[in-house]
Design a protein around this ligand. Sequence first.
Ligand SMILES: NC(=O)c1ccc[n+]([C@@H]2O[C@H](COP(=O)([O-])OP(=O)(O)OC[C@H]3O[C@@H](n4cnc5c(N)ncnc54)[C@H](OP(=O)(O)O)[C@@H]3O)[C@@H](O)[C@H]2O)c1
Length: 273
Amino acid sequence: MIAIAGGTGRLGSLVVRRLAERQLDVRVIARDPARAVHPRDLPVEIVSADVRDRSGICAALQGASTVLSAVQGFAGPGRVSPQSVDRDGNANLIDAAADLGADVVLMSVVGASAQHPMDLFRAKHAAEQYVIASRTRWTIVRASAFLELWENIMSKPIVCGRGENPINFVSVHDVAAGVERAILDPSVRGQLIEVGGPQNLTFNELAALQQRARGETGKIRHIPRAILRAAAPLSRQARAALAMDTIDMTFDTPHPDLEIKRPTEPLKAFSRR
Ligand SMILES: NC(=O)c1ccc[n+]([C@@H]2O[C@H](COP(=O)([O-])OP(=O)(O)OC[C@H]3O[C@@H](n4cnc5c(N)ncnc54)[C@H](OP(=O)(O)O)[C@@H]3O)[C@@H](O)[C@H]2O)c1
């Protein structure tokens, strides 16, 4: 059985669907099964657990041969944080998987490091180190920014900061294909796989492409860096926006097997540039 923590999320629900369509035995771990709308039409088991609750996670994983962690605590309901979910929650999942003898596929982010200015990237780095040091057979999948998430966030043409910093965007469908392979292919255990998209784009370019795709015109509005700086002490989102406006978020050396250049709708719009 494949247990998927984060199986209700943007990426996790796609992976759940792919595995269920192969008739594989899938269990979704969700804090509130009533909110787990995505997999409801699929023959999957939904079990309630919070990765921050060690004993609950041990019980929820019973019988798993592989565990996928596709959770994130950067944003979302339930007073989550990168420290409690991405670092400590992943440690709980990894320990529970190790006790069961299950393999672990851990979702991380391109650029994860101990010194990164974003706490999410530091927490992902800690989880990577934890799984590497664990007794499990692991695969780490790092992805760049999910295009579909940013299309949603930028449904209005408002850009944080100057919007001139190139960022790599990848379709979540391509990431799901990479994760599915990481789960099913035992030859990638002990490997860190990076999945990125074909292009680095600035937020100004992304906003302009979205406008063009929707046939809209008009000025792209900016939230100045000074406002983001003022909000930064109290807002994780403002700190992240500042980081994304200034640090290197590009991706130039994708994994040769997993860089899938199948154009998605938005990427077709990109290629018209
Ligand atoms: N979004 C991106 O641009 C991006 C880029 C690179 C890597 N990633 C990584 O890819 C993975 C999936 O990202 P996503 O954007 O698809 O996530 P998402 O849609 O925001 O979903 C987050 C998932 O985490 C689960 N979760 C959060 N806190 C939890 C907790 N305490 N206990 C159990 N489950 C919890 C949620 O489940 P419930 O709310 O149902 O409990 C939900 O299924 C994450 O690991 C993320 O860090 C994302």
